[in-house]
Ligand binder design. Structure first.
Ligand code: HEC
Length: 229
């Protein structure tokens, strides 16, 4: 018994020693700065594969409790389109619209969502937009407690792969998006769409709109009915 205990003790010492040396080596490499963090280098293919696999697996597991409400209301799609146009298209591009070259040089580069949205369920899209993605620069949603806004974006993402440049433009054209207003309980009118990037931050944190979605002006009905038919 004593001999067995001794050999376990030796094994534990050997493992502990090896781990200790590994930690010191990693710290030495990090501290020396020999690792090149330049985004312009890109990632080796194996790292791309590894990160993409980890991201897919994480999103699918983390979003497993999310239940999608009905998303086929044209008003919801329109509202989501307006959010997308102002909050997402800069990075991800949009039908007929290239991504901003600055954001295109992020690592990883934001993918074209016309091509990728169909590879996710609505619950997974909700989770990604709600929480963002670490180590990738995909931001999480800025309106605290505004899941209703995120579901509008998801409703739009469901339609996006079907849109051409003209139907996209008519769906998101500015006046229509900005005209989205509703009565608040307090009796004054607010816009359904936050003004991203403006200093009046408290504007972004209004109470949820709730269901059903407010009716928006319908200049883009043609684009939506084309998608629905
Ligand atoms: C600052 C740039 C930026 C903005 C703004 C941005 N994203 Fe992203 N997004 C990214 C990047 C980068 C990735 C890639 C993440 C990865 O590959 O791990 C990404 C990934 C995604 C994905 C997963 C796509 C896939 O198949 O890999 C979805 C869905 C998405 N974004 C939706 C949105 C939506 C909707 C908005 C607007 C609310 C938005 N993003 C705003 C940078 C951005």
């Amino acid at each position: 018994v004593i001999r067995l205990a001794r050999s376990w003790h030796k094994l534990a010492l050997a493992i502990g020693g090896t781990l200790g040396i590994a930690v010191v080596l990693v710290l030495a490499v990090v501290y020396s700065g020999v690792y090149n963090v330049a985004a312009s280098r890109g990632h080796p293919a194996w790292l791309d594969w590894f990160l993409a696999l980890g991201m897919r697996r994480s999103v699918s597991s983390q979003s497993s409790g999310v239940l999608s409400p009905p998303l086929d209301s044209p008003d919801l799609v329109r509202l989501g389109g307006a959010h997308f146009h102002f909050g997402c298209a800069n990075c991800h591009g949009a039908p007929g619209q290239a991504e901003n070259p600055i954001y295109d040089h992020m690592l990883p580069s934001p993918p074209r969502l016309e091509l990728e949205a169909d590879s996710w369920t609505s619950a997974q899209l909700f989770w990604i937009v709600r929480h963002g993605i670490q180590y990738a620069g995909m931001p999480f949603w800025s309106g605290d407690g505004r899941d209703d806004e995120i579901w509008a974006v998801v409703a739009f993402l469901r339609v996006l792969p079907e849109l051409d440049a003209a139907s996209y433009l008519s769906l998101v054209s500015g006046r229509e998006a900005h005209a989205a207003r509703r009565e608040t309980g307090a009796g004054h009118r607010v816009r359904a769409l936050p003004r991203y990037g403006e200093p009046a931050a408290d504007e972004r944190f209004r109470p949820p709109l709730g269901w059903p979605v407010p009716a928006l002006p319908s200049r883009s009905s043609a684009a939506i009915s084309r998608w629905q038919s």
